[in-house]
Design a protein around this ligand. Sequence first.
Ligand SMILES: O=C(O)CCC(=O)C(=O)O
Ligand SMILES: [Fe+2]
Length: 302
Amino acid sequence: MELSTKYRDVLPSFSAPAGGELTPEMLDAYKETGVIILEDFVSTEACAILRERALQLVEEFDPNEVRSIFSAIEQTQLNDRYFYESGDKIRFFLEYDAFDDAGKLIQAKEDCLNKMGHAMHDLDPVFEKFSYMPELGEITRRIGIADPGLIQSMYIFKPPRIGGEVHFHQDSTFIYTEPESCVGFWFALEDATVDNSCMHFIPGQHRGPLKQRNYRVSEDGFTIEVLDDTPWPEHLKLPAEATAGTMVMFDGRAPHMSSHNTSDESRHAYTLHVIDKECHYPADNWLQRGPELPLRGFPQDL
Ligand SMILES: O=C(O)CCC(=O)C(=O)O
Ligand SMILES: [Fe+2]
């Protein structure tokens, strides 16, 4: 299916619908491009509350205990126990360039973090309240997810100067179900622009194949299987600039990336990933949760 000329230069963007009630026009745009930007989905106050809570959690984190450096480029973290056990925990992942040669953090602690993950939505009351908002439940119904479950949360710091590049990827590579059902809800908690490395998408590419699949191959080892090695047409990428409170919703097959943040501004964001609980969730997905933390859906009381 060809992309209509409408979305060759700019990603579909709308004012957030009340109650998460996506209109047919929004649904059509989402189906066509694999991504829609919903402006002012949450209030700037809600963003501030989440940012404040994240900073409190960061305060309690001692980086010297965990020098676990997450590099989305090298994917070294995927072979790290601290990472692969984090599916049902709240853990912190430092940027690649967080430490100087003397082993000291190069800037403020929160400006040395790559992300926090992957179960704040089930373990922290402030994140829980935000994450299980009924509007998202309504959206999942409208896009046809029969039995939604919130499988993952990530707080992305994208700190000034050292926020590392995230290469093009599809989230279904990592959050794989049969059939595929992963959808991402990415909330700008601070204004995200091309200057502080907003997300970029290639519209329409979600209608192509899943190109890679990540497998857990042992207790602490992972591998990437290449299913399709044709490169992404990166020259067609478009920025998803988003003011604080805007939500970017994208299909698990929609390729997205963000570049190295060389600016002096951080770009905090919060992502939730939903799957359909009716789909099979393989035991060799890296992201697993223990029986004490069952997968939950949204409140039905809208
Ligand atoms: O915020 C970013 O730069 C990347 C986030 C991402 O890949 C995701 O939320 O799935
Ligand atoms: Fe992603």
